[in-house]
Design a protein around this ligand. Sequence first.
Ligand SMILES: Cc1cc2nc3c(=O)[nH]c(=O)nc-3n(C[C@H](O)[C@H](O)[C@H](O)COP(=O)(O)OP(=O)(O)OC[C@H]3O[C@@H](n4cnc5c(N)ncnc54)[C@H](O)[C@@H]3O)c2cc1C
Length: 444
Amino acid sequence: MATIAVIGAGQAGLVLSAALLRAGWRVTLYSDRTAEDHLGDRGRPTACLFGDQVEYEAELGLDFWPEASRMRRIHLDLFTDDRSLAFSVDAPLRKPALAVDQRLKFSAGLREVERRGAVVKIGAVDVDDLDRLAASHDLVVVTAGHKSLTGLFERDPARSVHSEPQRSLFMVNIQGYDMAARPEHREGVFSFLPGTLEVFWIPFFDKDVGESRSVVVEVTPGGRADRFRDVTSADEGLDVLKEIVDEVFPHESAFLRPARPTSPVTWIKGQIVPVVRKPVAVLPSGRHVLGLGDAVVLNDPLAGQGANNATRMARFFAEELAAHGGPFTASWLTGRFDEWWERGCYTSDFSNGLLAPLTDEQKTVMLAASRREDIGEQLWEGFNDPSSLFPWFFDAAATREFLARRNVGRLDVLRYKLGVGANLLAQKASRLFRRPPVGGTATP
Ligand SMILES: Cc1cc2nc3c(=O)[nH]c(=O)nc-3n(C[C@H](O)[C@H](O)[C@H](O)COP(=O)(O)OP(=O)(O)OC[C@H]3O[C@@H](n4cnc5c(N)ncnc54)[C@H](O)[C@@H]3O)c2cc1C
């Protein structure tokens, strides 16, 4: 029976442990937090999982929250600089998505894998520990996220696109919002002002209040919405968000105005430098360990892929490891990672692609999706399986072919554009009409 030491009881570590326990492996899971500690932790990222990943967790018996709302649709609003709504895409997801508070997931998951036979050891693992573990196990896998032990894994310059953060992030989990003011929020809502900010409003199951919304704000550094840097609390950050929403997304003001944080700790701010690292690290002794999840592939959360990717990687490696049986040499592990990357690269390409300004062709696809639910559904499938967006969403010629195959011709696109132009003019006219006398304040 093969033995594995898994470092980190987070998204990748728990999925990998559960899958290998099911395959009959002896798993020792090293966690820097007890199940109780996880519950008392600061707020964790939204970590919304899309269809296939939700199903895989359920298949592994790690889905303990049947009462949590599933997200079945996404409604995206694309705004212009003058607060006008250019158009919306509203389409179903092929399979439901689910965002459960990682504090609950990691706490319950740690207890569950222990109940199934994993040996759980509590304490932060360091490089010396890794060396000892590598000597006594068939394999050591580091799934400790992007904040510790990542220095072990060398940056892969050929697969890393950025060396600077592309967005400033703010996340806050909220309750008390006015659903009646904006029923679209029963499902996921995305609000984009290209070049300035993207806001993701995700149905969320919070540790303390249950049904809630996790709001992830992605701001272009130096832009007019880059105002979260000095925020020091959930309340302060939410106030800044309300101010920005009133200015640029007035449709969301009534929904957000009565909202308050789900707790003082359920917020995050920061920046991420996306990076891909070499998957195998050589320890001072010459022994090696494998890295999975954020430890080796870290993406900006704009496309909501980190936890999904961690799950996909853990699944792929659990299947490969179980089928192979050993020995798990550095070259065998690197070879499997290269194989995984053939598909895994699309997650990074998708995440990095969304960080770039939208191309004219991408805007055209989104415009077509605003009129055709089938195209919207195909777009949203990219969150579940990023490879499904390639090449058609990222290559101009392939985009034109994609649209032609769906009987969206030039005249249709022209008609859609004229519709948007007329709609924008109507919004402008309505604002002018409502403008108060000179000396007054313009209303939204
Ligand atoms: C604002 C924000 C929103 C996000 N939203 C989404 C989203 O909607 N969808 C999505 O897919 N992804 C999202 N992500 C990313 C996602 O949360 C992460 O990519 C994912 O959790 C990574 O999984 P992981 O297993 O690699 O690491 P983690 O889930 O971070 O787990 C690492 C674990 O290892 C433990 N650990 C750390 N160091 C040690 C050590 N030395 N010894 C022992 N244990 C250790 C930690 O305590 C932790 O429990 C978001 C990220 C941010 C910042």
